[in-house]
Design a binder for this molecule. Structure first.
Ligand code: F6R
Length: 246
């Protein structure tokens, strides 16, 4: 079931979600437990990451007990490429926190054996007991992670072709469409649905139609975000513009 939470602006949404994450980390670490977070890249989670960094600096929120798994990585891009998701995460979150380097997981875009890398990724998630809380954005194609249409509900971490709409949307970061990789490694829909909580964030009018489809269309591979309707604990955090078509 998808519940919606309307926020007046990005900053307020970021504070609300960061507060939930901080509570989860604090409650679990008090009883000696780790917290496993699933993380997204793209422009949407940036205010959330800025707020987590603020909580770490100003409120002494520690990330020593946190384990992270990112949703995806571009095929062919390594950690030093400025558009790789590994680089993005280091710059915008990890290097500002006290999270142990060994607790960070991102699919390896340079892997020579993508199938093995993806199977190992699934195994690593299982080995730590699954994801407690998954952060998601949503693409205009209805993708979550890089699960482009069609993506079935039983898909697992794998190599995927990027949709041309997604490549065009993301070309703003590369400066040139030709530089945007054709493929990516992404957690599957099933991997995402197994997270115990899912917090999807969408801001702005450009996301209004796809938010509407994700919530109202019957679940199908044609719009992978519709599978979230089958999740027991999924919240869409929206501003008024993104909620406009609901
Ligand atoms: C990013 C990811 C994608 C993005 C989506 C929205 O790790 O998996 O699904 O969340 O493309 O991107 P932005 O936030 O840039 O609109």
């Amino acid at each position: 079931m998808i519940s919606t939470r309307l926020h007046p602006d990005k900053q307020t949404a970021a504070q609300a979600i960061a507060g939930e994450i901080a509570d989860l980390i604090e409650i679990r670490s008090k009883s000696g437990k780790t917290t496993v977070l699933g993380l997204a890249t793209g422009s949407t989670p940036l205010p959330l990451y800025a707020e987590l960094i603020r909580l770490h600096r100003a409120e002494k929120l520690s990330f020593r007990s946190v384990i992270t798994f990112n949703l995806d990585e571009y095929a062919g891009l390594g950690p030093s490429h400025p558009q790789s998701y590994r680089f993005f995460m280091e710059e915008n979150l990890f290097r500002h926190l006290d999270i142990p380097a060994g607790n960070i997981h991102i699919p390896d875009g340079l892997s020579k054996d993508a199938a093995k890398n993806c199977a190992d990724y699934e195994a690593a998630i299982r080995a730590v007991g699954g994801i407690d809380l998954q952060i998601l954005g949503i693409g205009r194609t209805g993708h979550i992670g890089f699960n482009e249409p069609p993506s079935a509900a039983d898909t697992r971490t794998r190599w995927v072709h990027l949709d041309e709409v997604t490549r065009r949307d993301n070309s703003v970061f590369f400066g040139d469409l030709a530089q945007v990789p054709q493929g990516a490694l992404t957690m599957g829909v099933a991997t995402i649905l197994e997270a115990r909580r899912v917090e999807l964030i969408a801001f702005g009018e450009a996301k209004a139609d796809i938010v509407h489809r994700a919530m109202k269309e019957a679940p199908s591979a044609a719009c992978p975000a519709t599978w979230l309707q089958q999740h027991p604990r999924c919240t869409f955090h929206l501003d008024a513009a993104a909620a406009k078509a609901l």
